[in-house]
Unconditional design. Structure first.
Length: 141
């Protein structure tokens, strides 16, 4: 029964985390045309801050904690698919951190990424999610 609760929690918080990762680049794209002192910038700064503090960071932490607990209960640490999944989740975590840093720069008035780059970066979580799901469900190795 513990396994099922861990699995349910892991999936729930993974969905929250992914939703935040899909939303963040979109919010950054909406912020992009405004100057640092524009009233709209303050609105987007607040929204991005809430997304980070209420959804992204807490979900990231819970996903990692429940993921390791889940892996321990099923003995995944010795399985190849899990190592590949772990690598992809590390990449996703790195993406998360990179986008948060870029968002912080943007609310200060910098524009480190172009609109085109933001649109492309918005696809990264979807690609990694698809690969992670295949690894978990199919367990190809």
């Amino acid at each position: 029964m513990t396994y099922l609760w861990l699995k349910a929690g892991h999936i729930i918080f993974m969905v929250f985390w992914m939703a935040g990762l899909f939303i963040l680049p979109r919010q950054m794209l909406y912020l992009h045309p405004y100057a640092a002192k524009a009233p709209e910038t303050a609105v987007w700064k607040d929204r991005i801050g809430k997304l980070r503090h209420i959804i992204l960071t807490p979900s990231l932490i819970v996903v990692w904690l429940l993921g390791f607990a889940l892996a321990g209960t099923i003995g995944a640490f010795s399985q190849g698919w899990f190592h590949a999944k772990l690598l992809l989740v590390l990449l996703l975590t790195g993406y998360h951190m990179y986008m948060v840093v870029q968002a912080k720069k943007m609310v200060k008035g910098e524009r480190p990424l172009s609109e085109k780059q933001l649109k492309l970066f918005g696809e990264v979580p979807a690609i990694l999610l698809a690969l992670i799901v295949v690894l978990v469900i199919v367990k190809p190795f």
